[in-house]
Ligand binder design. Structure first.
Ligand SMILES: Nc1nc2c(ncn2[C@@H]2O[C@H](COP(=O)(O)OP(=O)(O)OP(=O)(O)O)[C@@H](O)[C@H]2O)c(=O)[nH]1
Ligand SMILES: [Mg+2]
Length: 186
């Protein structure tokens, strides 16, 4: 089963991260950009879910990120609940040039809260390379502060802040796991 976070004999921290948000906001592009792939500019809709892995250093620890890139289009809504199980952190993505996708963030958070335990979240505003912004940094940052989650702006196209965003998500998951372990040792 690909779920949850755990250490194995390789001393590698394995963690499942789910990438969610409206269709076309750039979730698949962010995952591809993390793998060093260039973004073609074409929109190839995700059907159901794409799963990939990436290895990186997180807090001095080797970590394997198991990325669940969930289809954002509404026709896949009935499939998504089964994909959330075991998620340790959700990356909620919106498109900085599409205000509707920013408004929909609350709905995505409702969906993940309904289908997983209370995991940490990271809010990501993607497509920062484009000039036609509909959501400013300060507004998104204030919204993230209200939600009490960190906020990062990325460009999958220009590979800007992408690795940083995934590293923050892995770190949030790692810290939560450490907190849970120390609580259970009491
Ligand atoms: N300019 C720009 N375009 C981007 C960026 N990220 C993604 N795109 C474009 O946005 C479109 C949608 O990207 P996807 O990554 O397929 O979107 P998605 O969120 O995975 O969509 P679904 O699979 O339907 O949920 C594509 O045409 C991408 O090339 C970005 O950072 N900058
Ligand atoms: Mg996709």
């Amino acid at each position: 089963m690909i779920a949850d976070s755990f250490m194995d004999s390789s001393n590698e921290y394995k963690v499942k991260l789910s990438v969610i948000g409206d269709g076309c906001v750039g979730k698949t592009s962010l995952c591809s950009s993390l793998q060093g792939e260039s973004i073609s500019g074409e929109y190839d809709i995700t059907v159901g879910v794409d799963i990939s892995t990436a290895v990186m250093g997180v807090n001095g620890q080797r970590a394997k990120l198991i990325l669940w890139d969930l289809a954002g289009q509404s026709q896949f809504g009935c499939l998504r609940p089964s994909f959330y199980r075991g998620t340790r952190c959700a990356i909620v993505v919106f498109d900085l040039t599409n205000r509707g996708s920013f408004y929909d963030v609350r709905g995505w958070i409702r969906e993940i809260r309904k289908n997983s335990e209370k995991i940490p979240l990271l809010l990501v505003g993607n497509k920062s390379d484009l000039n036609e912004r509909e959501v400013g940094y300060d507004e998104a940052e204030a919204f993230a502060a209200e939600l009490q989650v960190p906020y990062v702006e990325t460009s999958a196209l220009k590979n800007k802040n992408v690795e940083e965003a995934f590293r923050i998500a892995a770190l949030l998951a790692m810290q939560r796991d450490q907190d849970r372990r120390s609580l259970s040792s009491f």
